[in-house]
Design a protein. Structure first.
Length: 461
């Protein structure tokens, strides 16, 4: 499958006229009340809520590239309020009520992001939409039903979730071989680069200094050393998510899992009538190697998935360029679900990394003794989770005891990933087993392949 553009960070920047002009780097040594490492969603939300709570704070953000260079400007645009797969793991160190509170807090991020965007004049193509997970074979349908029951068991409001028959699901999106679908309501679609660029503008307007083109070489209590100078600050926030492994001493903290996307040319109106998708739902499937898709503001389709899941030694991509094999695999995924799209050209492909802790559990925390805080390991749910992280970190830094600071992800200890080559072997084995499991289920296996459970066991997924 030939494409016009591969990389150049992401389509989302092409959609807004290209990459942004860079802000000035750190001009030399300086002091601050708070120094934030990383100008993505996490760092920007943290700065936003700190400044709103205490406008007198002197906050400096140092960013190696530009605000929104990482996952914040490359993600699938799902403002989901999702929680991931980790409820039982949080339960081991907390209570069921606290985990339910965290689920509720995560869900509330959708309204909060929409509120802030409206209040601050951030146009990010936000559109409220349902999330529909489609099933195209019996094992997938069984898993969708299990997920529906799981959410009910965890006290998700019944009005927010539903199982759809094949006929009901087809009225929304005409997926090939559709068996049924699981729906979660009250989510939203966003244009990621618009959101992060708008948030950076707002934060800067509040008086936060954003220094781009400034690489952090080390940090410790009270000091962040960069290639442009040293920032002395009693509070330091590490907000580097998928790029955390590039910081000295954090090579095994979070694994940078790769994810890639393609986007079609604008879809003609006649083809939209064949496809449906009038509700602009966030679209995923119940395969083990699941996908994520959206219908964009201008009527394109984005399709995302793992591709090559992990680069040896926690390496990251070069400006979002992805492999041709990944592009071809994503195109096959798109046309398998929506064969109506076979004639469409692919305009852009790109990739990025997301942070994965060893137990796949997101964390946010602050060590008052050192003044160092952190948040991340969002496992692909960062558009919404980063907002809750920013609010939580603001409360922790300001010493406020709130409902947010008592949630079970706060100051949670996570062990490190194994050294190479074990983590490369583990992640690649996991996804290879997922692919084989999917192939067997597509070929007619009437139940979920046992290989999927083996894959989960390898990495603790």
């Amino acid at each position: 499958m030939d494409i016009k553009t591969n990389g150049n960070i992401s389509f989302w920047y092409a959609d807004i006229g290209g990459l942004p002009a860079r802000r000035s780097p750190l001009p030399g040594d300086r002091t601050a009340d708070v120094c934030i490492i990383g100008a993505g969603y996490t760092g920007l939300w943290t700065a936003y809520y700190l400044k709103k709570a205490n406008p007198a704070l002197d906050i400096a953000i140092v960013e190696r590239e530009f605000a929104g260079f990482g996952a914040s400007g490359r993600n699938g645009g799902w403002l989901s309020g999702g929680f991931g797969w980790s409820r039982e793991k949080y339960l081991k160190t907390s209570t069921r009520g606290a985990v339910v509170d965290m689920q509720r807090a995560m869900a509330g991020t959708v309204d909060e992001v929409i509120r802030v965007a409206a209040a601050e004049g951030i146009d990010a193509d936000i559109r409220r939409a349902d999330n529909i997970t489609v099933a195209t074979n019996q094992p997938q349908l069984d898993r969708a039903r299990e997920e529906y029951k799981f959410y009910l068991d965890w006290e998700m409001p019944a009005e927010r979730i539903a199982m759809l028959s094949a006929e009901e699901a087809a009225k929304r999106i005409r997926i090939a071989n559709l068996k049924g679908a699981f729906v979660i309501r009250d989510m939203a679609r966003v244009q990621p680069a618009k959101l992060v660029r708008g948030l950076a503008r707002v934060v800067e307007g509040l008086g936060v200094a954003i220094y781009e083109g400034t690489s952090v070489t080390s940090f410790e209590k009270g000091s962040v050393t960069t290639d442009r100078g040293v920032v002395k600050a009693p509070v330091i926030i590490r907000a580097t998510e998928g790029f955390t492994a590039g910081l000295p001493g954090h090579e095994r903290t979070w694994l940078p899992l790769n994810s890639a996307q393609i986007v079609t040319e604008p879809v003609p109106d006649a083809l939209w009538k064949e496809i449906g998708w009038e509700g602009h739902e966030l679209l995923g499937d119940a395969a083990h190697t699941y996908c994520y898709a959206q219908r964009t503001r201008e009527g394109r389709i984005t399709m995302g998935g793992r591709g090559v899941p992990y680069r040896f030694g926690s390496a990251t991509d070069v400006n979002g360029k992805t492999q041709q094999a990944t592009i071809d695999a994503l195109h096959r995924m798109l046309t398998r679900l929506l064969p109506q799209t076979k004639s469409l050209k692919i305009d852009h492909a790109w990739c990025g990394v997301l942070g994965v802790p060893r137990d796949w559990c997101t964390t946010a925390g602050f060590d008052r003794a050192t003044g160092i805080g952190w948040a991340g390991g969002y496992v692909g749910l960062g558009v919404s989770s980063s907002n809750l992280a920013g609010r939580t970190l603001a409360d922790l830094v300001l010493g406020r005891k709130t409902e947010l600071t008592g949630l079970p992800w706060v100051n949670r200890t996570v062990r490190k990933w194994e050294p190479e080559p074990f983590r490369w072997l583990g992640v690649h084995s996991m996804y290879q087993l997922y692919r084989i499991a999917d192939d067997r289920e597509f070929a007619g296996l009437p139940r979920t392949s046992k290989l999927a459970a083996l894959a989960d066991g390898i990495t603790g997924h």
